[in-house]
Design a protein around this ligand. Structure first.
Ligand code: LFR
Length: 450
């Protein structure tokens, strides 16, 4: 059987086909850049270009048994009564929420918002975006990005739960909307189409794409990635490592304490009712933006040079100044200067500084996750593109004092395929069974702390 996984990331998308009987192995059938567009001071996703590429990818996939879509979180499109898109979805790195955060938190204090929804404060959380969005109150529908693409492919509307949990409008204890909290923030969650969980049927593609089932998967990319961690024990921590690094543990119930809120931990919902208890750590975005500024697209030479250097300066990677696109080397240099540390002098030194800073942020996030949740871990799984970065994996193992198991790189697409395949009856079993399958098919690479 063949299942098509559409996986959209902040810098690019891909369509992969996986056969669960063979691993699953994955074949990439289409890859495309995701280029946000700034117009009159607002940063937008080019959603129609993405939709065109998704269709192209699904055509290139050939005959498949089903398809599923995942993407980054929090962002949405608004639909009018007639189902038409009202304007382009705004990028989460846009600054539009800056002036409304205070207003929202005056209506509903951060502590109450957290106790009800369990989401780490980030300026781009959907709750703040909707408050900043003058059109939202008049829209008939609020549709999260993967659900919007699913709607265009199938004509059917829904709101997938793992992604809905990132809005800071969902109650992670019940999996239903936190209606009261939303109302206090001045928002109406009635605009979201009905909730659905990973594995539920989300519709059928149009005949041009073969009239095949589309399943809701862990449509938040991180939910799909975590579902595909090749864990063979439940005592694991994880880093889903890409543009962001999502660092934490898997739980069966959320941690909604004040201490957890202050530590910046989120309780996002995972596949099969799990809780992704994690911290959003600014990830390889820092290096990607440096590379863009330097005009150095290849990362390998930077990593080779950085590996020869000693650890010198550490910056707080979650400093809000790193969130918007811009002169990342300049911002990193300013941080080093302000904290009295040596300022990196060339790309290799900047690269080393970023990687050491990431490893240090991972150490802290995992230690906090263990302390706040009581969940103990013996190993750290790194999945996603960052699993390819041997230097970062080595530094992480050393910083955390735990073995790092790196890979698979395409965990998100694998998690997407596995959930579809199970929904379609091609696989059975819980998350542990699915994970054991991945551990056999793509054994991770081990880095010992030394
Ligand atoms: C990773 C991710 C993170 C989310 C960020 C913004 O791709 O989905 O989990 O916090 O993007 O949506």
């Amino acid at each position: 059987m063949r299942f098509a996984a559409v996986d959209l990331g902040a810098s690019g998308g891909r369509v992969m086909v996986g056969d669960p009987a063979r691993g699953p192995d994955l074949t990439e059938v289409h890859r495309f850049p995701n280029r946000p567009v700034e117009v009159a001071g607002t940063l937008y996703w080019d959603i129609l270009a993405l939709y065109r590429e998704v269709r192209e990818g699904l055509r290139a996939a050939g005959p498949v048994d089903a398809a599923g879509i995942d993407s980054w979180a929090v962002d949405y499109g608004l639909l009018g009564e007639d189902g038409a898109l009202l304007g382009n979805p705004v990028h989460y790195r846009d600054r539009r929420t800056e002036h409304v955060i205070g207003e929202v938190l005056a209506k509903i204090p951060a502590s109450e918002l957290y106790a009800a929804t369990g989401i780490q404060f980030l300026p781009f959380n959907t709750v703040f975006q909707l408050a900043a969005d003058r059109r939202a109150a008049d829209a008939a529908r609020i549709v999260l990005i993967p659900d919007l693409l699913t709607y265009w492919l199938t004509g059917e509307l829904g709101t997938e739960r793992t992604n809905a949990s990132t809005t800071a409008l969902l109650d992670p204890r019940t999996g239903g909307w936190a209606t009261g909290v939303a109302a206090r923030a001045g928002l109406d969650v009635g605009g979201f189409p009905p909730l659905r969980s990973p594995g539920e049927r989300a519709g059928t593609t149009d005949p041009e794409l073969g009239s095949v089932p589309v399943y809701a998967v862990g449509s938040h990319d991180t939910a799909s990635a975590v579902a595909a961690i090749p864990a063979t024990t439940d005592r694991f921590g994880y880093i889903s490592s890409g543009t962001w690094s999502l660092v934490g543990v898997e739980l069966t119930a959320p941690v909604l304490t004040e201490e957890s809120r202050k530590a910046g931990f989120t309780n996002e919902l995972g596949v099969d009712g799990t809780v992704r208890y994690l911290r959003n750590v600014t990830g390889l975005w820092l290096l990607q933006e440096c590379q863009r500024v330097w005009g150095v697209p290849e990362v390998a030479p930077l990593l080779r040079a950085a590996a020869e250097l000693p650890r010198r300066s550490i910056v707080d990677v979650n400093d809000p100044r790193f969130l918007p696109p811009g002169d990342m080397p300049g911002r990193i240099a300013a941080c080093c200067r302000e904290t009295g540390q040596p300022v990196p002098r060339d790309p290799a030194e900047f690269t080393r500084c970023v990687l050491d800073s990431l490893a240090e942020a991972y150490r802290r996030a995992l230690a906090d996750a263990v302390r706040l949740s009581g969940k103990e871990i013996d190993v750290v799984h790194v999945v996603g593109g960052g699993a390819r970065n041997a230097l970062l994996c080595r530094l992480t193992a050393r910083a955390c004092g735990l073995p790092v198991l790196a890979g698979p790189v395409e965990a998100t697409a694998l998690g997407n395929v596995l959930v579809q395949a199970r929904a379609h009856g091609a696989l059975t079993g819980g998350l542990d069974t699915l994970r054991a399958r991945i551990a056999r098919a793509s054994p991770p690479r081990r880095y010992d702390p030394r």
